[in-house]
Design a protein around this ligand. Structure first.
Ligand SMILES: Cc1cc2nc3c(=O)[nH]c(=O)nc-3n(C[C@H](O)[C@H](O)[C@H](O)COP(=O)(O)OP(=O)(O)OC[C@H]3O[C@@H](n4cnc5c(N)ncnc54)[C@H](O)[C@@H]3O)c2cc1C
Length: 421
């Protein structure tokens, strides 16, 4: 069906928002040689630790983008948790066991890396126009006219709203964002420097009846801890002193209070405008899926924009909306377990969380023609495997893999995998 598919000279894409989603998309468009501008209304890139977990599926995308060694060098494995029990004593456990790499899964574990570092690494070499917000969108012949708060108007072939949960793009399009906000469940997240605590554990202080009182997680490659606690009138220093007066907070950096927010856009595409990342779906942070899902949205959308084919672009929503809905379900379940004080609520050993089993089976681009398909089916993630002088992932990396002519990089990953085996 898509055998004629080739890259076309599409016009300018305006990416609104330079969070992890927008930056990943800029990288994708850059490597396909597509013209783009990326604007962010903030005067600087995000500087908080917020989303600190990259899932294995995201690490494979970073491998494909040629960034994996920099991420692995900057991040680290999740440390074991040490619970400081209310009655005295400690209890140690892991969110998930550490998995050994195998040929098909070279990056089997969550990588801990603060979000500001993720943004910094993704933004390296990308000309982000900071302090430049989108304020208006109008349809024009062959695309969209974008109005910026600098007074400039820009005519674009495509616009991508990667502008976070409060997305201006989504609101201007009038796309619904249905779901729930749990006003009563407010959490504080802050970056703190402190003395008096080892950096080998993610320290947690449970309250009475399995409630959560405080967490202090050492952030790899930095001398900061990420503090999490139910919102409180106490300062970060006061919260820490209340659980252990021998720990002293010496500096407080980025601080944020958030409410559990579970919402999803009713559409991810409106003509020449697309929504990606938090602009399209917001989740509970439980399970560390949000940033990862945004990066994967951008990876999916990038090559489709490069085709300039409206039929292909329709498959962005077809593939990614069900993924976002599933992620919303998982993170909400984990959030509830936490809020209800269930035993082992912090365990993260469900393999679904690693996102390697996400697939697009049965969608337009993933027709499975074999009467008895093997373990890897059309629409699945292609596993890695060693080759004589390289790996399957190496073979598939690059701007124009030969299989591009048959479908797209994600679908063709499976095709190439089968052909080399
Ligand atoms: C406490 C906490 C912990 C989390 N932990 C995890 C985790 O471990 N793993 C995980 O995967 N996710 C986690 N998340 C979620 C994650 O932080 C988000 O999913 C992620 O930041 C979304 O990235 P994004 O690029 O889509 O949006 P954002 O990071 O929100 O970026 C949007 C950008 O758009 C810009 N912008 C907004 N409006 C405009 C405009 N009109 N014009 C121009 N620019 C604009 C903003 O300035 C911003 O820079 C966590 C979230 C929280 C709150």
């Amino acid at each position: 069906m898509f055998t004629e598919l080739i890259f076309t000279e599409t016009g300018l894409t305006v990416i609104v928002g330079a969070g992890p989603t927008g930056l990943t998309l800029a990288r994708q468009l850059g490597r396909y040689g597509l013209p783009y501008r990326i604007v962010d209304r903030s005067p600087k890139l995000f500087d908080g630790s917020r989303a600190k977990g990259l899932q294995p599926r995201t690490l494979e995308i970073l491998d494909d983008l040629g960034l994996i060694s920099r991420f692995l060098a900057a991040g680290g494995a999740y440390p074991p948790l040490r619970a400081h029990l209310p009655g005295g004593g400690t209890h140690e456990f892991r969110l998930d066991e550490l998995h050994d790499p195998v040929p098909s899964v070279p990056y089997p574990n969550l990588l801990m890396i603060p979000q500001w570092r993720t943004s910094e690494l993704l933004a390296d070499g990308i000309a982000v126009e900071l302090g430049t917000g989108l304020t208006g969108l109008t349809r024009i012949d062959g695309g969209m006219r974008v109005t910026l708060d600098t007074g400039e108007t820009v005519d674009a072939r495509y616009v991508v709203g990667a502008d976070g949960g409060g997305s201006t793009v989504r609101k201007l399009l009038g796309i619904g964002f249905e779901g729930e906000t749990h006003e009563e469940e407010r959490m504080l997240v802050a970056d703190v420097r402190l003395t008096g605590l080892d950096r080998d554990h993610w320290h947690v202080w449970p309250g009475p009846e399995r409630t959560f009182r405080l967490g202090l997680c050492p952030l790899p490659g930095t001398d900061w801890f990420q503090l999490t606690a139910p919102a409180s009138p106490l300062s970060p220093a006061g919260l820490v002193a209340a659980v252990d007066p021998s720990i002293t907070v010496t500096e407080v950096g980025w601080t944020s209070e958030y409410r559990a927010n579970v919402r999803m856009a009713s559409r991810f595409r409106d003509g020449d405008v697309f929504l990606a990342g938090d602009a399209a779906h917001v989740h509970s942070p439980a399970g560390g899926q949000g940033l990862n899902t945004g990066i994967q949205d951008a990876y999916n959308l990038g090559w489709k924009l490069a085709t300039g084919s409206s039929t292909i672009l329709d498959t962005y929503e077809e593939e990614r909306l069900p993924v976002a809905a599933a992620v919303l379900g998982i993170s909400t379940r984990l959030h509830r377990r936490h809020a209800d004080g269930e035993e082992d609520a912090m365990r993260r050993d469900d393999p679904v969380l690693r996102q390697l089993s996400l697939n697009y089976r049965g969608t337009t681009l993933a027709a499975e023609h074999r009467p008895q398909p093997g373990a890897v089916r059309a629409g699945d993630r292609a596993p890695d495997a060693p080759l004589t002088n390289s790996r399957v992932f190496d073979l598939l990396r690059g701007r124009t893999p030969p299989c591009w002519l048959s479908a797209g990089p994600e679908s063709c990953r499976s095709f190439r995998f089968r052909s080399v085996m």
